[in-house]
Ligand binder design. Structure first.
Ligand code: IPE
Ligand code: IPE
Ligand code: MG
Length: 256
């Protein structure tokens, strides 16, 4: 997507009503390829173009955090050939995007079990983190070898260790203790969770963090997800009333 198209899509949008944090389950790459008689890896490669498009648009709109589900803990169970292709594609594509990320002041972060990622791609990824560490614009949070249950299990271990070491008393464990022990420490909870590809499920993603996120499900396959559809979702979000357990009158006194 060129700059002109991006600015058209961003035009007229009420920036005060934009989410601060958008999380996306990028699903449907395999089906996109299959429908065209192509190998699944071609769908993943095309999905990278959508990542570029949506990252650029999020950055232009001034969104603070864009979190993308790129590879789940359960995805390790896919055929080895697909896993290997994905690891190389993800690391290679990110490295290629560094100049663009830097030009747009985008900082890359990763949540997930990096230890499981083969050394070559892992080193490339760590290099990307380092090269964009000084950027202060959009934070692009990639979920790689990530699942919520893995993250919560790790958090339980961290907290238990602190209690055992006498650094933390059980009665002082509160919601902030848990949030701060997750991989997303310091990142606000997503305002929006989008899932492409037609499935109506969460697939072990950000289970703690999406407690009050607004959900959007679209049948569009990830490689076909474009700026216009993203804009429609952002506009619908702007019109939703988020009540966080309160009544409509409490959160919006003028509607009485
Ligand atoms: C999402 O696309 C990307 C990853 C899980 C890595 P899929 O590969 O799950 O595509 P479908 O769901 O089979 O179409
Ligand atoms: C969820 O997609 C994980 C990612 C998008 C990385 P999957 O394709 O793995 O999800 P399921 O298996 O359909 O639940
Ligand atoms: Mg899928």
């Amino acid at each position: 997507m060129n700059e002109q198209q991006n600015s058209n899509i961003a035009e007229g949008i009420n920036r005060n009503l934009l989410p601060r944090h958008v999380a996306i389950i990028m699903d449907g790459n395999g089906r996109w390829a299959k429908r065209r008689g192509l190998p699944r890896s071609d769908g993943h490669a095309e999905g990278v173009n959508t990542v570029r498009r949506i990252t650029r648009l999020s950055s232009d709109l001034g969104i603070d955090y864009l979190t993308l589900y790129a590879f789940s803990t359960e995805n390790w169970n896919r055929p080895k050939e697909e896993v290997d292709t994905l690891m190389h594609l993800i690391s290679w594509a990110l490295e290629r995007e560094i100049p663009e990320l830097l030009a747009n002041n985008v900082r890359m972060l990763i949540i997930g079990d990096l230890d499981r990622i083969p050394e070559g791609p892992r080193n490339v990824l760590l290099g990307c983190l380092e090269k964009t560490a000084h950027c202060t614009g959009l934070r692009l949070v990639l979920s790689l070898s990530y699942s919520s249950r893995w993250e919560i299990t790790e958090a339980a271990k961290k907290i238990a260790r602190r209690v055992a070491a006498g650094e933390l008393s059980i009665d002082n464990i509160d919601e902030a203790t848990i949030s701060d022990s997750l991989a997303t420490k310091g990142i606000p909870d997503p305002d929006i969770l989008i899932r492409t590809g037609g499935e109506k499920r969460v697939s072990n993603y950000l289970l703690w963090q999406i407690a009050y996120s607004e959900f959007f499900f679209t049948d569009t396959l990830w490689p076909d997800f474009d700026g216009a559809e993203y804009r429609r979702i952002l506009e619908e979000f702007a019109g939703r009333e988020r009540r966080f357990g309160k009544t409509s009158e409490q959160v919006n006194p003028k509607s009485n």
